[in-house]
Design a protein. Structure first.
Length: 294
């Protein structure tokens, strides 16, 4: 595997299923051990490895094509070191899932196939490509137009309202976002908010979240928008993998009233790796994970 190989993290029941992009074959390879851990509800690496060893030996007799379809690629383990790990492609993972006759396995296969072809799945693929795209350099930082540019890039061709400011009122969990009638003026006020310090940038981010300018896709777009401001103004960005999903959701919920929890979460997750490809891609994985239904 090349040093700059694209690595993706999918989340099923809050458990990781890692994937590596094969540039030559133009496809994803998925970690077999991660999938086995999910389907056996096993948290211990040694037990997961032993189970796969047993299952692999069994499949060599019953389904040799599936075993021969595995390849080995290096993945980073919990100790920070890279080890060769068995991987299967998209069809291989589905075939392996059928070796686990349970409701959870069926649900996993449904999630796995859906997550690749859903709007979120396609949008996430577009988000990955943003890092290598020259378009990234043309995005206005900290402006409403810049946020619209990001939204249009992520959801163009997927939503007919991609990049367009909403004309209707929306709410979530009983919270009413900015009234559409005054949204234009609200966004103009947010745009001129200062962004020279972390506190100012977080305040601006909170206000943009309250505005929620799009019918859908606000969180995913605005987190990229936030990182671009942080990179430009304080030469840092967020390592989103350091922020627990529930902690983030709770902090965002109370941020319109009190933003200290959100500021603390973001501050503790800041990194200077602003040009690191893996940091960007990992951020996309977690950003989309935050939006998955509970």
């Amino acid at each position: 595997m090349k040093p700059n190989a694209k690595i993706s993290i999918r989340f099923f029941d809050d458990r990781q299923v890692r994937a590596v992009w094969d540039e030559q074959a133009a496809k994803w390879w998925f970690s077999v051990l991660d999938m086995v851990a999910v389907l056996t509800d096993q948290a211990e690496y040694a037990k997961t490895r032993n189970y796969w060893k047993y299952l692999k030996a069994k499949l060599k007799k019953e389904n040799p094509e599936l075993v021969s379809a595995t390849t080995q690629l290096k993945l980073t383990a919990a100790d920070g070191k890279k080890y060769k790990s068995d991987m299967l492609d998209y069809s291989g993972i589905i075939a392996l899932g059928k070796e686990f006759p349970s409701k959870k396995a069926n649900r996993f296969i449904e999630w796995f196939t859906f997550s690749e072809e859903s709007i979120d799945g396609k949008s996430k693929t577009k988000a990955y490509s943003l890092f290598e795209s020259s378009f990234l350099e043309s995005i206005e930082v900290g402006t409403t137009k810049g946020l619209q540019q990001i939204h249009a890039y992520l959801f163009g061709g997927l939503y007919n309202f991609a990049g367009q400011i909403r004309q209707k009122n929306i709410s979530k969990d009983g919270f009413q976002f900015a009234v559409s009638q005054f949204l234009g003026e609200t966004l103009r006020l947010i745009e001129v908010m200062p962004e020279t310090t972390l506190e100012e940038i977080v305040n601006k981010y909170v206000e943009m979240n309250i505005a929620h300018p799009f019918m859908e896709g606000n969180g995913r777009s605005t987190r990229i928008w936030l990182d671009l401001i942080l990179k430009k103004r304080i030469k840092q960005c967020v390592d989103w993998s350091k922020i627990n999903k529930q902690d983030y959701m709770n902090a965002m919920k109370i941020s319109p009233i009190e933003s200290i929890m959100l500021k603390t979460l973001l501050e503790n997750a800041l990194t200077t790796q602003i040009n690191d490809r893996e940091m960007f891609l990992k951020g996309i994985d977690y950003s989309y994970y935050y939006e998955e239904n509970e």
